[in-house]
Ligand binder design. Structure first.
Ligand code: ZN
Length: 314
């Protein structure tokens, strides 16, 4: 088994969300949509404190990664606060700056702001690179995905997307119903176009798979979806402890591995996971997939090469 002297990969974190560790659901889990609304409200509530809570969480998170022997990380930051510490921190990997928005014009405005910031940060890249995260299919207008992916392909910028995480996401995208429809109405976006497609088919339709993104979660996937991911050369981040605590189902890891998809393990943030130690994520994955994937195959994912979509788009 990989030990603390190994080069471990934690493919999915949101270090800055460590300040919301108190929102992490218990072992028995919590429903996805109420949890994410609680997270949004918590972010609003600490806004008067500025960036200090996020900055402190990033510093603590980097220390935890180092202590657990992690040398490669795929981190998402919505505030931008983790970019500087990760660029300067000696860890390898990608820090993705996140954009979201259901109003098309507003979202595209945020994208151009993000592009400007990412271009600035990229001048300071070393072993840590800077990428773009377009948050998730239920929280982003399709134009944001189209334009974001087009830019990532043109500029060789790594892209990360949360996809196919919960049954509620399927219900929204296929049928236009369920908890996420209520979430969108609560944020006053009743006109979100329902694609009538699975999340992965929708990403393909939007041109997102051409950017060969790091796809986070990929729990709710059909065999056709797995084939789409394999064909595109995209990579997948598997976060079983976060999935369990948000009452998502079992990700079909054995099918991804059989299809030759690059899979890496990720802890996700401390707001939905009990630790940032990816070795503990591997143990959880071994227990979850005991009937279908050998333990050694799962431990091998801890140091899988090129796990974060670090590819040359040219
Ligand atoms: Zn995430």
């Amino acid at each position: 088994m990989a030990d603390s002297s190994s080069s471990l990969v934690n493919a999915h974190t949101h270090l800055e969300l460590g300040c919301f560790a108190h929102l992490c659901p218990p072992d028995s889990g919590a429903s996805f949509v109420p949890w994410i609304i609680e997270l949004i409200n918590a972010r609003r509530d600490i806004a008067p404190q500025g960036m200090a809570p996020f900055r402190a969480a990033v510093e603590a998170g980097i220390e935890t990664l180092r202590a657990s022997g992690t040398t490669v990380v795929g981190d998402i930051t919505a505030t931008g606060e983790s970019v500087g510490p990760l660029l300067d921190g000696g860890l390898n990997g990608i820090v993705y700056y996140e954009v979201l928005g259901l109003n098309g014009d507003e979202a595209l405005g945020r994208l151009s702001d993000a592009r400007r910031k990412i271009n600035e940060w990229r001048r300071r890249e070393g072993v840590m690179r800077v990428g773009l995260s377009v948050h998730a299919l239920y929280s982003c207008h399709p134009d944001l995905f189209r334009e974001g992916a087009r830019w990532c392909v043109a500029e060789s910028v790594p892209l990360c997307v949360h996809a196919a995480e919960s049954p509620a996401e399927i219900e929204l995208l296929v049928n236009g119903t369920g908890d996420f429809r209520e979430y969108q109405r609560a944020f006053n976006f009743p006109d979100f176009p329902i694609p009538g497609l699975s999340p992965i088919a929708y990403l393909e339709d939007l041109g997102v798979l051409e950017a060969r993104p790091l796809l986070v979660h990929c729990v709710e996937v059909s065999d056709d979806d797995i084939a789409r991911i394999a064909r595109s050369g995209s990579t997948v981040a598997h976060c079983p402890r976060s999935n369990a605590r948000l009452r998502c189902r079992r990700m079909p890891l054995e099918k991804f591995l059989a299809a030759g998809v690059a899979v890496a393990l990720g802890t996700d943030s401390l707001s939905s996971s009990p630790s940032l130690d990816v070795r503990e994520e591997a143990e959880a994955a071994i227990a979850l997939h005991a009937a279908t994937v050998p333990a050694d195959s799962i431990r091998a994912l801890l140091d899988s090469p090129m796990p974060l979509g670090e590819i040359d788009h040219a």
